[in-house]
Design a protein around this ligand. Structure first.
Ligand SMILES: [Zn+2]
Length: 246
């Protein structure tokens, strides 16, 4: 409509034509050249950046669900390659199931020392944000968590695990004190001889004399002793059938 109006004015009046050129066409030309420059710039950037390397670790990406989580990703790491038409160095971060995510090497270098004391944000992929703390990588699907929150959560988790471990050791120690583990003692020769003679050199169950073994009637581990009263002859098969039973 503006163009039509311009044509009408130009055809009649040369001064108006000049005004139209200055007021309408010049800004349009200017905008067009901006748009063109932007496009060329973006294309050039794309060529310099190149395609990301085709690498993947672990299983395919899965959304983490509604439950809020903070979890370690033991496979996450940084790496670099060269790419784009200028073969420039490119820095990447990759985690389980994510494609390589471009990172700024200067930011990574600065975070590398800082992450020892405080969790440092690395990058975000889909609903997960990745954090770096004490040389380990963590992801959370809870975007409002700050570095301080993550530090506190990891600290609490570590302490809880330590307490659980201490508790487990205490339980084991208490159980061991109740049931001291006895070391199996060899059966004295004279006891063996007495048992052999008493049971006439044969299995008390099936009377076989093949593969004869000395069996503790009350198992040694349950407090049974190495006396003739607590011993009997069993063949290998009968002993196996008896198993752990008394
Ligand atoms: Zn037998």
């Amino acid at each position: 409509m503006l163009g039509l109006l311009g044509l009408l004015v130009i055809s009649d009046n040369p001064v108006a034509a000049q005004v139209v050129v200055v007021v309408v066409l010049a800004p349009l030309l200017w905008l067009f050249s901006w748009w063109l420059a932007g496009g060329i710039h973006r294309t050039w950037e794309g060529l310099v950046a190149g395609k990301p390397p085709e690498v993947a670790i672990g299983r395919a990406w899965r959304r983490s669900g509604a439950r809020q989580q903070l979890r370690e990703d033991q496979h996450a790491h940084f790496f670099h390659d060269r790419g784009g038409i200028l073969m420039r160095r490119r820095d990447w971060f990759i985690a389980t199931g994510t494609p390589p995510l471009r990172v700024d090497p200067e930011t990574v270098a600065a975070a590398a020392s800082a992450q020892q004391d405080h969790p440092r944000y690395v990058t975000t992929y889909s609903d997960r944000s990745y954090w770096w703390h004490q040389d380990a990588f963590y992801w959370t699907n809870c975007p409002e968590l700050t570095g301080e929150d993550i530090k506190a959560l990891l600290f609490a988790r570590e302490r809880r695990q330590k307490r659980e471990l201490e508790h487990a050791h205490a339980v084991l120690a208490a159980a061991s004190a109740l049931l001291p583990e006895r070391k199996r003692q060899p059966i004295p020769r004279d006891v063996k001889l007495a048992v052999f003679q008493r049971d006439e050199g044969a299995c008390v169950e099936c009377a076989s004399n093949f593969d004869i073994q000395y069996d503790h009637i009350i198992p040694f581990s349950m407090g049974g002793s190495n006396t003739a009263d607590n011993l009997q002859l069993l063949c290998g098969r009968c002993n196996q059938k008896k198993g752990g039973r008394l």
